[in-house]
Every structure is written in structure tokens, then in C-alpha cells.
Design a protein around this ligand. Structure first.
Ligand SMILES: [Zn+2]
Length: 457
């Protein structure tokens, strides 16, 4: 075997999103994750540029987990000639399927809208990819077990290891010859409501480490106490408590927490409505893969029976017209789309309404505007005065903070030859880099987009 492996940083280098790492060897060419860039327009435009590698030469894609910024580019890979296999754990592939179909639907709708409103004066707007493209991608999925070494070729094998974060998520240990490359994926937190504690790597010659919250410590809030107060206050105001939520993981965590608060008699039996078609699909994944989370079948059923799961848009309107004080959890988490738009359009101008933000709110989103105290907000082309109370809790993040990241690498027995900090904003990358150098004296670097590193193996 040739003595070199080359790693191409094709995403999540200097930024959080677009995770893609291409590894070229003489035996196999491997892509770790295949995510979309998200966020600011300049970044999103990068999605339209073909990858600067021979895509047809990729033998296999290994996915760490099902989030859009780790799987959302896959259908574009097929368009560029990819014909290999896409491997991940069974729940990751189930989540990836939900995410890709949803993403394709949004791309088709956006293109349709652009053409209808003639956004592009001369050219026809084409969707980034279609539902058909997503379906063709899903045909290449191949399940691998967690915790088992898989041989890809004579000198290359890999293993998925449980990491929490979202259901199915793993980190990847990839052995090429005698050298171990470790890709952290996104690191979960310990003592999560639904997921078990992350496993930790014990050896890493070359480490690719996520740094999303590399500069932060999550606040130590007593989340159940804070939630109880907010709910009781909302009941006191005889209003609606609206919680915009991500469909994957967060929504299920909220359902579980609300059920627990009721069980422990901390809140009364207030009606709870869960309105997210995608969230319902994710609930099914929890049901199908009981070994991947902490809930017993009994708890899962009790939690689902405790809430009203909305199926149709007609029921959304019935819920809005229902005059009782209630809790509504609806997508999307940053109020950029989804059913939560209809609830807020109807209810945000009522002083009895409370909006509770539980997710990260990116720049340029309605969620961020509310978080920053906007007095009016636009829905479907019209402005509405914000009379609702806006609240926020921070500690529900599914990502490790700086302390958790340091704990995750603490069991590595060797001194890695190289540590690459990825999946972070510049301030987070810098802070984590300083900390790792100070604590471990490791050879840490922060790669830029399109960097290539060559390793002797
Ligand atoms: Zn993630």
C-alpha cells in the first residue's frame, strides 16, 4: 500500500456547517459526512459549487449522524457522479431519510415559488435537489452496527461509537494501516434526558474535533424549575405557551420533560399540543430503536399519550381556536418555517401569550429578532405587533460545551500527532485551541476550507 493518506477539508472548516472530509488512499476513497452549508447567504452559495475532487472516485460515505449539516448534501453528490455506498447506524439512516425528504420538499417549494413570483427574470429556478433525488440517495443507504469494526479493504477498517447528541449519532474511528483517524462528529452531553452518555475514544493518532461551543460553558440552570415557573405563569395569565422547537431530539426532550413535570405533580394537567409532522416521524424512530435511548416502552407510551399529537393543518386551526390555556410545541425551532408560523401569526399580538425560545437562534431568523426584543414581526408578508412575553432557556443544547469537549478527549492515552479543530466559528475554534494547548500541549491546528493535509501511514 502507498504510504500516504490525503485529507481534504471540504466543509465545517472555519465554520460550523457543511461537514465533509474526503480521505484519499491507494486502497479506498472515503468521505466522512456530506453536509450542507447553512446560515448566511455567502455560505449557502457554496452549496452550488461542485466539490473540487473526483466525486466518482469516492467508494463510501460514512455518516456520523442525521443532521442536515452532516447529510444534506448527499443528493448533490449523486448528481456529481457518486455511485458508492452510504453507511451509518440504522437510526442515523432513519433520521437522514426524514431530513433529506423534508429538505428536498423545501427546495422544490422554494424553486416553485421563485418561478411563480418570477424572482429570476430570465432563468428558470431549479430546486437544489428534488424528492426523487432524495429517494435515489436513500437507495444507497447501508446499515452498520455500532461498536463493531467493519473492514473496508486490506488495510482500512472503521468503527461507529455511540456519542449521544441525537438518536443514532456516533463518532468514527478509522484505521488506515496502523494509524487511527478519529472523527468526533457532534459530541453529546452527559445526563441527557433521552440519550445515554457519550462513549469516549481511547486512542487517536489524528483527531478531528468539533468545536461548536469550544468557547462556552452551558449555564447551570435548574431547567425543570425554570420550566415550571414559566408554565405556571402562563396558566395564571390564562394564555398560550408557544414553544418553537427543532423536530429532531429537542421536541422529544420537551415532551418528556413536560410529562415528567406532570408526573411529579409540579404542573397541573394542562393540555399540550405537539404540532410538527417531522417531529412525529422522529418519534417513530424512537419507537423503532429502543436500545438507542433511555426511555422504556412504558415511558415512551405514557409520554406520547400525555400530549395531543396534531396530524393535519385543520387540527392546527382547531387548536388556535380552542380557548383553553395550553402549551403548544411546534416547528421550526428558529421560526423560519413550519406550523409555528401560523400559531404566532394568530397569537403573538396577545399579551396573554408566552413564547419560549429553547433552541439556538441564528442571525437573520425571526427567532433571533424575538430574542433581541423586536416590537413587530413579519409573517406571510404582514407585520404583527409583538405583545407576547418572550422567554428563553439556554441549557437544552444537544452539543457539548468546552468542559464536555475536554472531558471527551480526556481518555485518549497517546499524544495525537495532529488535532484539527473543526465545526466551529472562529472565536470558538481559537478559544478551544488555546485551552487544548494549555491543558495538553497537543499539536492543534485550525484548518481552512479547501485545505489538504498529507499523512504518512
Ligand atoms: Zn448535529
Amino acid at each position: 500500500m502507498e504510504k500516504f493518506a490525503k485529507v481534504y477539508f471540504l466543509g465545517a472548516a472555519g465554520v460550523v456547517t457543511g461537514s465533509k472530509f474526503f480521505i484519499e488512499t491507494s486502497e479506498k476513497n472515503i468521505l466522512i459526512d456530506c453536509g450542507m452549508f447553512q446560515g448566511l447567504k455567502a455560505l449557502r452559495n457554496l452549496n452550488w459549487v461542485d466539490l473540487p475532487i473526483n466525486v466518482a472516485s469516492i467508494d463510501v460515505v460514512l455518516l456520523t449522524h442525521g443532521h442536515l449539516d452532516h447529510v444534506g448534501y448527499l443528493p448533490r453528490l449523486l448528481k456529481q457522479g457518486f455511485k458508492g455506498k452510504i453507511k451509518a447506524t440504522a437510526p442515523t439512516l432513519a433520521i437522514a431519510e426524514i431530513i433529506l425528504k423534508d429538505s428536498a420538499k423545501i427546495h422544490e417549494e422554494e424553486a416553485h415559488k421563485a418561478n411563480k413570483e418570477n424572482y429570476t427574470k430570465h432563468n428558470l429556478a431549479l430546486p437544489f435537489y428534488t424528492i426523487k433525488d432524495a429517494e435515489n440517495t436513500i437507495k444507497l443507504f447501508e446499515v452498520e452496527n455500532e461498536g463493531t469494526w467493519v473492514r473496508l479493504s486490506e488495510h482500512i477498517s472503521f468503527r461507529y461509537q455511540y456519542i449521544g447528541h441525537i438518536i443514532g449519532a456516533t463518532f468514527i474511528e478509522l484505521d488506515i494501516n496502523e494509524k487511527r483517524f478519529v472523527f468526533s462528529g457532534d459530541i453529546g452531553r452527559k445526563n441527557d434526558y433521552l440519550l445515554k452518555d457519550p462513549k469516549k475514544p481511547e486512542w487517536a493518532d489524528v483527531l478531528f474535533l468539533e468545536s461548536t461551543y469550544g468557547n462556552k460553558l452551558h449555564p447551570e440552570e435548574q431547567i425543570e424549575g425554570v420550566m415550571t415557573e414559566i408554565i405556571l405563569e402562563s396558566i395564571h395569565k390564562k394564555g398560550n405557551l408557544i414553544i418553537p422547537s427543532f423536530a429532531v431530539e429537542r421536541l422529544q426532550t420537551l415532551m418528556y420533560m413536560l410529562w415528567r413535570l406532570y408526573q411529579k405533580n409540579r404542573i397541573p394537567n394542562i393540555p399540550i399540543f405537539v404540532d410538527s409532522p417531522m417531529g412525529n416521524n422522529v418519534l417513530e424512530v424512537f419507537k423503532r430503536f429502543p436500545k438507542w435511548h433511555k426511555l422504556t416502552t412504558q415511558e415512551y407510551n405514557a409520554m406520547c399519550n400525555h400530549v395531543n399529537i396534531i396530524q393535519s393543518y385543520k387540527e392546527t386551526w382547531e387548536t388556535i381556536n380552542d380557548k383553553r390555556s395550553k402549551i403548544i410545541i411546534a416547528g421550526s425551532g428558529m421560526i423560519t418555517g413550519g406550523r409555528v408560523l401560523t400559531y404566532l401569526q394568530q397569537l403573538i399580538d396577545e399579551p396573554s401569550t408566552t413564547v419560549l425560545l429553547v433552541d439556538y437562534q441564528a442571525e437573520g431568523t425571526r427567532g433571533r429578532q424575538l430574542q433581541e426584543g423586536a416590537h413587530e414581526i413579519r409573517f406571510f408578508g404582514k407585520y404583527y405587533p409583538v405583545k407576547a412575553t418572550i422567554m428563553r432557556v439556554e441549557s437544552l443544547s444537544a452539543h457539548a460545551d468546552q468542559q464536555d469537549i475536554l472531558a471527551w478527549v480526556s481518555e485518549i492515552k497517546n499524544i495525537p500527532e495532529n488535532v484539527y479543530l473543526i465545526h466551529g466559528e472562529p472565536t470558538a475554534l481559537d478559544a478551544l485551541s488555546v485551552k487544548l494547548k494549555a491543558d495538553y500541549n497537543w499539536n492543534v491546528s485550525v484548518p481552512k476550507l479547501a485545505d489538504i493535509e498529507k499523512f504518512i501511514i
